[in-house]
Design a protein around this ligand. Sequence first.
Ligand code: HDC
Length: 723
Amino acid sequence: MEQLRFDGRVAVVTGAGGGLGKAYALLLGSRGAKVVVNDLGSARDGIGKSNFADEVVKEIKAKGGEAVADYNSVVEGEKIIKTALDNYGRIDILINNAGILRDRSFQKMSEQDWDLVHAVHLKGAYKTTQAAWDAFKKQKFGRVVMTSSNAGLIGNFGQANYSAAKMGLVGLASTLAIEGAKYNIKVNTIVPTAASRLTEDILPPDMFQAMKPELIAPVVAYMVHESFEDNGVIIDSTLGFAHKAHLVRSQGVPLRNKPADPVTIESVREKWAEVVNMNGARRIDKITEVTMDLVQSLQDFEDRSKMDSVNPSYWSTYNYNSKDLVCYALGVGASVVNPSDLKFLYESHEQFTALPTFFILPGMCMESPVVGNAMPKGKYADFTNILHGEQYVEFFGDFPGTEGNFTTRNYVVDVLDKGSSAIALVNSEVYQDKELVVRTQQHIFVVGQGGFNGPRSSDKAVGVLPPPKRSPDAVLEQRTAEDQAALYRLSGDLNPLHIDPNVASASGHPKPILHGLASLGFSVRHVIAKYAGSESKNVKAIKARFAKPVLPGQTLVTEMWLEGTRVHFQTKVKETGNIVIAGAYVDLKTVVKDGASPAPVQQSTSSLDLKSDSLFAKIQQGIKENSDKAKSVGAVYLYNITSNGKTVKQWTLDLKSAISVYQGEPKNGKADTTLTVSDDDMIEIAAGTLSPQVAYLKGKIKISGNIMLAQKLGPLLKSGAKL
Ligand SMILES: CCCCCCC[C@@H](O)CC(=O)SCCNC(=O)CCNC(=O)[C@H](O)C(C)(C)COP(=O)(O)OP(=O)(O)OC[C@H]1O[C@@H](n2cnc3c(N)ncnc32)[C@H](O)[C@@H]1OP(=O)(O)O
């Protein structure tokens, strides 16, 4: 690695008689800089005299470097800079490191304590830097480091004077970074924590030993090198670590609902949670950004107020990235077992994209009071009495990317009275850079809150559509996991109904129920796999009614009917036969028939005992009988693993690329196979092992030995592969 050098550069290091300053001076001296080693030669309270600077100079010279001692006070900073100019004719680097402590609790702090600390830290840095500024400007080069402290950034008991001065240095550096920028003068701040005369009896002995100034010196040396490009940054460093620190601002919130309203103490209190909510907080880099932000916020506020005058709205922001998309895809059953799902699960996939149903989330306004506020007098809505009734989503413009920042407007357009229950119709408009990208509508069913003489229906509601009266054109099914709701919660819907058995039971459910949107995510995946080539951007709109709850672990069967570019669908729970998603449809831009299926179309029922000796022979026979047929139809098969007659695990296998395990003739046109295994086997099988086996069959990998089923089927499949 090329060595970073300082040949020809002249550096002033204040407070360089010991500790950090000495480490900086020695390092710069060893790399070719001519160093002015400044030190007042006093103890840490500023009292006493010594010749520390001479000793450091001696050390630099002993190693072949050039240095000169300077015993001026930083309060007379111009004298220190003069030492550099007199001895070396120039000044390139200034490290303002000198400091003293006068710690006292605030009440006992004298004005002298205050003034002295400010004089050395803040005024000293001002004096030295101003004295060097002219030379920096003329030569169009300067590197300045101010020394701040966590006591300044965070505060520390007994250091009011020191904290104030140290934070003052941050402000000084910020402004000088702006003023010096066009002259290639870079002014940055170091926040060091090191063993030094200032900290020797403040830090615990072990830590004091480990906090060597030599671990920080390279950071500061890099910050004053000519190749260093950052300007105005704060770097916190200790123990061989370095961090950037900066102030951030929350997104903020208008403190009134309309521009004409006054700001009151009460309205401030009402908005306080949003004022201090740091989600989406960002750093402001330039002071002009504050003004521009303000102008923009005012404009937005006025625009929003116009909209709010029609419907009181709740505005929120939603930021997402690839991790959110992957987490969501897992929550709605995408699996690496299905090759067509990989683009929803792998951020480096060349077609990595969001599932279309992901974009319902920005409109979910889980935290908002929007439904509760819209309820008629005497009625209420909260997590104890709401159910997701229906969902609509429609896309505008280009399909959103794999990361983004949205602003969402949520508002209730109608509250319907269904007798015993109420339904709030919640519209959401999702904007990216002021462009409408997604519109959603939710029917929020508010159990037990009807009977207020309200309208039963609304012309603002997007309606459900019954499916055609014929057998479905396609059916895909997939079992949800026992942990499906727990997994889906990671996408932001933390409603306890989906995780807490007590809450579920209080709402009359045998156990926590699955999120409506999780079930919808499964079914829409099935629809786009079957009719849209698994292309999310082919989707224009989706509508669905959640007709009955789904329990995690149940199997969702999506029945589909293609009518033009509309795919009607309904979803049943296989174990109960209940329709759980009704009157649903997906409107497509383009129909791509028989895309790669993510879920099986056929299922099996006959039993095999994995442990019996005849098993392998039977499966082998099945492979022989079925593999060609399976290849020719390109079917995707479901395997049920049952224990004591109960299905305990299922998975899918793409027979285009695998061997089918098959026994008996298809019943009613369906091939049925069930593998019955002991509990032990079942647990091992649950590790999801078919993919390695498929790969094994294709000769790509070896079956790993830690999976019992793989071990058992390995030789068998190998022989099957030969068929
Ligand atoms: C802002 C905050 C956002 C938060 C969003 C949500 C957060 C999530 O965490 C919540 C969830 O995910 S809950 C899980 C998903 N949803 C469900 O499981 C609900 C399933 N549906 C049901 O149980 C019943 O349909 C049920 C109970 C809803 C209705 O059944 P019944 O009471 O038996 O109703 P019924 O007698 O059949 O019909 C009465 C009238 O209501 C209409 N209706 C029925 N089901 C509806 C539904 N799901 N959505 C909308 N309207 C529905 C009927 O059409 C009927 O109206 P009308 O008499 O005028 O025809």
